[in-house]
Write a protein of this length. Sequence first.
Length: 257
Amino acid sequence: MSTPMFEATTRDGVLRLRRPGTRWLSTGWDGGFADADAAYNVTVPDGWHRDDLAAYVDERLAAAGFDAAPASGPVLLTGVDQRHARGARCGPVEAVVTAGVSNPAALPMTPAGGDLPADPAADADADADDVDADSDADADAGTVNVVVGTTRALGDAALANLVAVAAEAKTATLLHETGFPGTTTDAVVAATDPDGEPSRYSGSATRVGAAARACVRDALQATLDSRYRDAEPPRSVEDAEYGVETAVRSDVFVPGE
């Protein structure tokens, strides 16, 4: 039986994943590297929209009884209820995932062609973690939030690569289960125990990377099964409540020519 990476506690729509002294790397809201005792996945209510995210997060953590305001660790936001969160463990790795796909981001390999969105600033906002980024979307829009951690000690480069490994596993699983590579608001958090047994690499052929791929795949499949137990996920952007299709083509060139 694999050793747990996180102590998981859910209260009032907030999932806390706790491991003291952890090193984190988040692609979500207010992301980057952080040294903290916990990360959080916060479910926002239907129709929710707030611009003061830091204040909102502190309010939610305090209301849930988590003594962590202001939050020093990663915080992800989602419209998916935490009852659908699922975890998986394999060797030195654990992953916890929530998933909804009402806002798919399709990437056709033979696009019809088109223009980039007119407002670059809006594109930048859309990169923020979760449904708050799209003022036109209700808070029940989907998101795939992945937290993956290892009891091994990784350097910052290997931790960054673990984000890539987890994102690849998320994409492969979503393509198989839904036909979409992701949603417009996906986020990945990777974690490492600095006091663990050192591992220099985290690629797919390593013990850490292979375990991470398995954990993300299995946890994602389980949370999708829970979230869509009584309803089918959308099978196209047109069928979805929200979503985008990247129809634009780029200009291909040979570097140096």
